[in-house]
Write a protein that binds this ligand. Structure first.
Ligand code: N2P
Length: 385
């Protein structure tokens, strides 16, 4: 239902260019305070409002920026593209920087919600990988509106002991059969199965598993994904896009279709807690999504100069490397990669090797009618109808 409205909004925005009225402060009803804003001395009196994914930044990144710049940062978090999109399309989000995933950004660009970047204000753009920028330019032509923050994959996070207990070993995690064959998934239901709460990823994954184009816009083809998801619905115990870091680490979720770095964070939290929970992450052999999350400045941002300062700061090699070391998501910053811990760059779950990367697919920009179908399918799936 939400996306149905969004679809309409996109159409309206395309016509009206979504002009920026902005007088409200950031609406933070769904955002968690992260504590990231602590420690800064706002000497300049400037302020900056950032809206980023949860569990996506090192502890010191924001406080260090505040100290260095004197700018006070209000840092809110979200865990779904749908949430960001609804704020952006409503206008007056109050944010100076937002971080949608590339395919969402692509349609938001078309809806006119961002301002083109003044690249002279981001000298550290020179640190970015030209090949990745080229790939990104397929949905942000000429890299005009956004800068890559992190990238990652969507795959299967699993509790090694629980999967071994159910199947004898963990080889089963190498295929999406583990998720999409009800006789497999049913074996894990009692220890907790979570799917990301987003049709925009789960439907393409299901289509890819079925051998269809993951980005198909044919309603009949998309319905095949719906039918498949219905067969596994009885064995899904939760739909959520951020809780699973903790619940996997504690052992109360044993399987998740989730994001690479978040699963690695769960693995590390369990290791630190020394609670005996062992977590693995698999990119199944049938292929999986590869995505890019993008820093962009809304048209109606109030603190544009500080937004540039912050974006440029995030692209400093040491800052970007510290972030990757902390959140276990790679960045597109060539100069940073050499500063990232070797156990992170050498971890194939974080930096997939070439033969795995070859099987990854990216998300297309989906039009409003497909969006509406996705939303209908998702609502029906979650409510069990
Ligand atoms: C961070 C999740 C970001 C990945 N928690 C989604 N694009």
């Amino acid at each position: 239902m939400k996306l149905r409205v969004l679809g309409l909004s996109i159409a309206v925005c395309l016509l009206a260019a979504c002009g920026g009225k902005s007088d409200a402060p950031a609406a933070t009803g769904d955002a968690k305070a992260t504590g990231d804003k602590a420690g800064g001395e706002a000497k300049s009196g400037g302020e900056l409002n950032v809206y980023n994914w949860s569990d996506y930044i090192a502890e010191n990144t924001v406080p260090d920026f505040e100290k260095k710049s004197g700018v006070k940062v209000t840092y809110d978090v979200f865990d779904s593209n749908e949430m960001v999109e609804s704020k952006l399309l409503a206008g007056a989000s109050g944010y100076d920087i937002v971080v949608p995933t590339l395919n969402f950004l692509g349609r938001q660009i078309q809806a006119g919600v961002f301002q083109p970047l003044d690249k002279s204000k981001i000298p550290n753009l020179a640190n970015l990988d030209p090949d990745m920028l080229k790939r990104i330019a397929l949905q942000d032509p000429d890299n005009k509106y956004a800068v890559p923050y992190h990238w990652g994959t969507t795959g299967i996070g699993y509790n090694v002991d629980k999967v071994t207990a159910a199947f004898g070993n963990t080889d089963v995690t190498a295929s999406w059969d583990l998720v999409f064959k009800p006789e497999n998934l049913s074996k894990l239901k009692s220890c907790g199965v979570t799917l990301l709460d987003t049709p925009s990823e789960i439907i393409p994954i299901a289509l890819n598993y079925l051998g269809e184009d993951p980005n198909s816009q044919d309603p009949a083809v998309i319905d095949k994904a719906a039918a498949l998801l219905k067969t596994i619905r009885p064995h899904i115990t939760n739909f959520h896009s951020s809780q699973y870091i903790d619940s996997m680490a504690k052992g109360s979720t044993c399987l998740v279709v989730g994001w690479s770095g978040d699963v690695v964070q769960a693995r590390d939290r369990a290791d630190e807690a020394k609670n005996g929970v062992k977590i693995g992450y698999s990119i199944p052999k049938e292929g999986a999504p590869l995505w890019f999350d993008m820093l962009a400045i809304p048209k109606d941002a109030k603190n544009v100069d500080y937004a540039y300062k912050f974006i440029d700061y995030l692209l400093e090699p040491q800052v970007a490397a510290d972030n990757t070391n902390f959140v276990s998501y790679p960045n597109a910053n060539l100069k940073a990669t050499e500063l990232v811990n070797k156990d992170i760059t050498g971890d194939p779950t974080i930096y997939p090797p070439a033969e795995v990367r070859a099987k990854l697919f990216t998300f297309a920009i989906i039009p409003p009618d497909v969006d509406r179908q996705y939303t209908r399918i998702w609502t029906q799936l979650k409510t069990g109808r």
